[in-house]
Write a protein that binds this ligand. Sequence first.
Ligand SMILES: Cc1cc2nc3c(=O)[nH]c(=O)nc-3n(C[C@H](O)[C@H](O)[C@H](O)COP(=O)(O)OP(=O)(O)OC[C@H]3O[C@@H](n4cnc5c(N)ncnc54)[C@H](O)[C@@H]3O)c2cc1C
Length: 511
Amino acid sequence: MTTQPVPQTPASPSPGIPPMSAVSGQPGAVTGAQFLDRLRQNPPTLYIDGKRVEDPTTHPSTRNMCRSLAGLYDLQHDPQWRDLLTYEEGGVRYATSFMVPRTKENLHKIGEAHRVRANYGLGFLGRAPDYMNTNVMAAGMGADYFAQGQPEGDHGVDFAANMRRYAEFVRNNDLCLTHALTNPQVNRAKLASEMPDPYIALGVVRETEEGIVVRGARMMATLPIADEILIFPSTVLKENADKSRYAMGFALPCNAPGLSFQCREPIDVGRDPEDHPLSSRFDEQDAFVIFDDVLVPWERVFLLYDVELANKAYAGTDAVLHMAYQVVNLKIAKTEAFLGTAQSIVDAIGSGGFQHVQAKIAEIIVMLEIMKAFEVAAREGATLNKYGVMTPARPPLDAARNYYPANHQRLPELLQLLGASGIIMMPSKADREGPLGPQIEKFLQAGNASAEDRLRLFRLAWDMSMSSFGGRQALYEKYFFGDPVRMHSALYEIYDRSEPVARIQAFLKRD
Ligand SMILES: Cc1cc2nc3c(=O)[nH]c(=O)nc-3n(C[C@H](O)[C@H](O)[C@H](O)COP(=O)(O)OP(=O)(O)OC[C@H]3O[C@@H](n4cnc5c(N)ncnc54)[C@H](O)[C@@H]3O)c2cc1C
């Protein structure tokens, strides 16, 4: 171990984190009202602009996102979508994103459900809860993977059983999860153990009879407006030892004592949805996560100290593939939203007859069809893994998560090229209702629509491509699934090229 955790200390009470068995929620898929009520009862410890957010459901920077999340939960009770967005087991209906796929048909239903949920946010809600639900489902099914790990002390802990129970707990209560994988950026040339303070990176301080005490920080958790945070091992732990205090996997409620989320500057600045159609609804927030000697009860610990086990946890449980499958479906929805918006702009200003305009729309269509093809290939190529889970094929998903970050930025660029000055000359709702209203109505009408409809459309294009919201999306697409540079390297390492190489070698030897 790079640094030995100090030996056990006497047991201390664990204030604030009730045992999972004591959390009695409504079993199965919750409604929006139930989700909001839960947030009010147990608000995550968020800080925005130097102040604690007492109630995220009413705070001006988070309440609209809370409302959007509630809308997503309500969608699963909408008679139109209920059968797709939920499934029944033992007389209870659960969210489809928790469903264990046993067949390709199951996988198809899960993919369609991802897409319906993605369409709710036009694909711009990166961390709708179904993303983490798939992670938890796969980790729960692959729980035996965690059986190899052991704490230092003899605490009678069964990590595999913990993982299995936690997955059930999340599904049964339809909890909303965030996660944080990477350590603070302080110095990427050094190991976590070589930082000025050994607890800049999140590390285990000690074991107690009740659990582990952790200290340090994680760089980023999108959607901190959540019930729980999953601190899962990431594939980038660079410790040069088998055992490390930095290798761990656990879960905590977002209001655990000692845990704080420092949110970035809000993008939702309280403007009318007509003016900021995406920012005012889908600011999912990103937060820096600080652990000030947080006690994690044993039942919530899944992995400790083992570097190799930590580095391979996502691949070892196949969680990465189920998450990537959700992502591909989400990006299909997002690309469709770009296509719909781009075509609406073309129709509004009558530019559809120009060849280069048609070519630009065609570019979006090609990108959309590539993403759809990745989805079909992943689903059709699915196989049962060793845990009995129908698991989407890896190569098309790896290709998708290398392709989309590299090409996504062309989508907002195409909106800018098609919309031109229209994406800047967008008087607000208040302007429209002000003294210049009649002139705005006359001069800013569209070829096929009123000024109001045209401005709503161009404001959507602006929020997709140019606003703070659009800027954050651009960075999100580049990095949310990991560093693109290292993802390319990973693909290089993993992808089986033996057959094409053999064919070329054979060709070279032909007479
Ligand atoms: C909007 C947004 C939301 C996110 N949400 C989440 C979330 O919810 N949960 C979560 O866990 N993470 C989240 N992430 C973080 C994401 O996982 C990381 O951005 C990604 O893994 C890259 O790590 P980093 O940002 O620390 O970059 P760094 O690792 O600091 O990289 C910075 C630069 O240095 C280069 N570099 C660093 N190390 C190496 C190396 N070893 N080899 C080659 N090049 C190197 C990189 O290529 C890059 O150019 C989010 C990121 C963004 C931007």
